[in-house]
Write a protein that binds this ligand. Structure first.
Ligand code: GLU
Length: 495
């Protein structure tokens, strides 16, 4: 953000205001995260939770496209990331009478007016403007002016309500992200703030239709005392309209910050083509919420060149400065790197909970050790599940592996197996196994890979694993000896 005007002792109130028409996509998740972190920052620096409040508002007035499933998906995504609202969720559909009463007051004050032009008539006005090289717009037929005579009211038409946009001057705001933005009022038309009442609603006695998106946002931001509106820059065109309405209502203006969008690595708008687009899908794919939070936060914001930070550090640093003005690019490689870092640090309980929930794996004492041993190699928890799978079930040995690694090394494997049988269940530990590995190498003048690779293949069906002594310790005596035996017997039987 270009501006850090927020005095640290003034209460900050931010909001996330999703329309529940789909899942929580990555851009929405980042907007929610920034709004949340900004509020939490001011609560933290003041050591007073009332100094930073994060509000969740569900903008469900588009009744055809809004669904309860989408509300659930959004809440689920936010919960997963730990973005818990201090207030809400509030639902706009529950505030309709409030919006309508504000409009009724505006009609009385003359800042809004009924418009009886039909949709077809407005289309003609727009076409005429286009033909004259102007922006398509409503021509103000029903706009009341001093000394102007309005057409006579057609009885069969239910009017929409339009906002009386000032015709002179400009709307100027100091955008928290983009700096000064100025839009001339002549660019804006008298937009609709309430739709026409439907015949069914009129039959029930309603006199006004459902208010429109741009209006509901304004009333809610005002009623909820929102001080900072942080949202995607696809809303920049709405902002001058909303500011004009707020001014007409004599409301205090919030500060606006418009975040540039997130692009795919190819510079195109992020879409399914680039992989997962819903934040919660990343849970299924094996990303930790703390990794996602870190990655999303860094995607359009920086704190020096720090790439990895805790949520607490994010809150400490996220004061509204250092937000990027240019679009951010999604980078799966970097996300994987961040996730690998958090997998190394995660508690076993968190990893175990994920493995149970997504893979049905019950993490035993042995599997805990396997996780500790393998987690440095995993970029996702899905990969970690694959890495610990050989500790759960003996992996399938392919003919190719058998021919390349087992058959030529039968003797070595047999000697190693015999040496290992000297260890009992009680003496089966890393040190003793290391001693046996060492003595086998010495006895047969072998280099480590000459022994380690065939053993790894025989036990885990892969030539690459962490050190033999560690792997065998975790696999356990019985399973190690069994697998070696089975592989050697299979080879003997096939000769
Ligand atoms: N409901 C709008 C959306 O989902 C956001 C409105 C706002 O943040 O002002 O795009």
């Amino acid at each position: 953000m270009t501006n850090t005007k927020t005095a640290s002792n003034v209460p900050v109130r931010t909001r996330f205001a999703p329309s529940p028409t789909g899942y929580l996509h990555l851009g929405g998740a980042r907007t929610a995260l920034y709004s949340w972190a900004y509020a939490k920052h001011y609560a933290k620096v003041n050591n007073d939770s009332t100094k930073g409040t994060f509000v969740l508002r569900i903008e469900d007035t588009d009744v055809e496209r809004s669904t309860p499933e989408a509300v659930q998906a959004i809440l689920e995504g936010m919960n997963w990331l730990g973005l818990i609202a201090d207030e809400g969720p509030f639902y706009q559909m529950q505030h309709i009478t409030r919006y309508q009463s504000v409009i009724a007051q505006m009609l009385l004050e003359g800042t809004a007016y009924p418009c009886y032009s039909t949709a077809a008539e407005v289309e003609v006005m727009r076409e005429l403007a286009r033909m004259n090289g102007d922006k398509p717009r409503y021509d103000g037929t029903w706009r009341p002016e001093l000394g102007k005579t309005l057409p006579s009211i057609p009885s069969a038409i239910a009017p929409v309500i339009r906002f009386k946009t000032p015709q002179e001057g400009a709307v100027i705001w100091d955008d928290l992200v983009k700096g000064i933005i100025k839009i001339a009022n002549s660019e804006l038309d008298d937009f609709i703030i309430a739709r026409a009442v439907t015949p069914e609603a009129a039959a029930k006695g309603d006199t006004m239709g459902v208010p429109t998106y741009n209006f509901c946002v304004v009333v809610d931001d005002w009623d909820m005392n929102i001080t900072h509106v942080i949202r995607g820059d696809d809303h920049i065109n709405n902002t001058p309209r909303q500011i004009n309405v707020l001014k007409a209502l004599k409301a205090t203006l919030p500060q606006y910050g418009h975040l540039p969008m997130i692009l795919g690595a190819d510079g195109e708008k992020l879409s399914k083509r680039h992989g997962a687009v819903s934040v919660i899908q990343y849970d299924t794919l094996g990303y930790l919420p703390q990794a996602m939070l870190n990655y999303l936060a860094r995607l359009g914001w920086s704190h020096g060149d720090v790439e990895l930070f805790t949520t607490d550090e994010l809150i400490t640093w996220f004061d509204g400065s250092n937000l990027s003005k240019s679009a951010a690019q999604w980078d799966n490689k970097k996300l994987n790197w961040v996730n690998a870092h958090y997998i190394k640090q995660a508690s076993i309980e968190q990893i175990a909970a994920w493995l149970l929930r997504h893979q049905g794996i019950v993490v035993t004492h042995q599997l805990k050790s396997a996780i500790m041993l393998m987690r440095d190699r995993a970029e996702t928890l899905l990969q970690l599940a694959d890495l610990i799978a050989p500790f759960i079930n003996a992996p399938i040995m392919t003919d190719a592996l058998r021919e390349q690694y087992i058959i030529p090394n039968q003797l070595i494997l047999t000697h190693f197996l015999q040496a290992l049988t000297q260890l009992s269940e009680n003496t089966w530990n890393k040190n003793n196994i290391a001693t046996i590995v060492k003595s086998t190498l010495e006895q047969y003048s072998l280099k480590m890979p000459q022994l380690a690779i065939p053993v790894r293949v025989a036990l885990f069906a892969t030539p690459q694993t962490p050190s033999l002594d560690a792997m065998l310790t975790v696999l356990g005596r019985n399973e190690t000896l069994n697998r070696l035996n089975i592989n050697l017997n299979t080879v003997l039987n096939s000769i």
